[in-house]
Design a protein around this ligand. Sequence first.
Ligand SMILES: [Zn+2]
Length: 380
Amino acid sequence: MMIDSSQRAILRSLWFNGALSRSELHDLTGMTPNAVGNEISQLQQLGLVKELDPKPSTGGRPQIPLILDPSSRRILGISIEPGQVEIAELGLNGDLTVSPISKAVKAESRLLPTATRLARSYCVRRTLMAAASIPGLIDHVTGKILLSSSAPHQRQLSTSVLLKSLDDVPLIIGNDLHAAAGRWAVTHRSQLQEDTLLIAFDDGRIGAVMVINGRPNHGCIMGANELGHTRFPVKAPMCYCGQSGCMERIFSSEFLGTGVAPVDFTKRVETADAEDSKIMEMVDLLIMSCSNAVNFVRPSRLVLASRFMGSHSFAQRLTVGIRQSVLPHLAERVQIDAWGIKVAGSAETAAWLGLASLLFESWEGYPSTAASSSQNSPVM
Ligand SMILES: [Zn+2]
């Protein structure tokens, strides 16, 4: 299946505007009425677009509204996380059609085989495409996983087994933060033209991605991509990268001491009690990391994405702290947003990466095997 740029423009218009008639699509995209008609027919055949009942006529020809078909095709999302694989399915309207199903995986060598087995069992006729996310560094030409907290002892892990298991269904593989950026871009149209630094964090994980002109930056633009491995001279658990003092090991239940359960960690972070010195140390270091990243990349907008941002006291402490710590001229201009959901590391977010690649040109896409497919755009 090939989606060309004209079809993508139509899909994007329908996603961001809701129901539109053919003539409205002609106005919005600048395509000729004939071209709109042809592209719509093809998109209908692919099950991506459908017609609604005609609007009551006001004298001229009745206008038939078109929408993205919410039910005939689905996007499969797969997240490959430390100790766990998750799968979910998303309709083209962004609603979950299969709630996330997780499978615990003890041995890291079993992660990809488990992901492959799950993907194969959920990949059915209605599956338009699949998108997988994994934390760490992925070679965007070969699709090899170069370094990941999900499989810290394996290097150059090939994902071709996953690709092959899905037969003709296109698969893209992306870093978990790029998937989060995809979800953000598809749901925040008005901010797409702003340079945005998105930082996502949870217990034991921190990552960042720069979104420039609505696209994630693949390279290692100063400071942002490896935010989790920003190091501080404090005693912290050893990081899988082989170093100690990494920020993603500091922002973790382990950092608080042995025997601190994740549930206690959540409570203490959300409470953000100034008397809790260990939490304050952790939050101060997180503020320092985020502020440095803002200073390095000078974004127009900083999005702090975490379930913890749903807690008013924690979100307040973090955003006020960052604003006080960044360079004064940046403090005045950077917009700081809280996105209070668990974004990174979920199968739902992986599926949103698929949706982003359907709506935007060359968004993401690591066609896993085939040195022959060396383009950045998804093979569709
Ligand atoms: Zn590290």
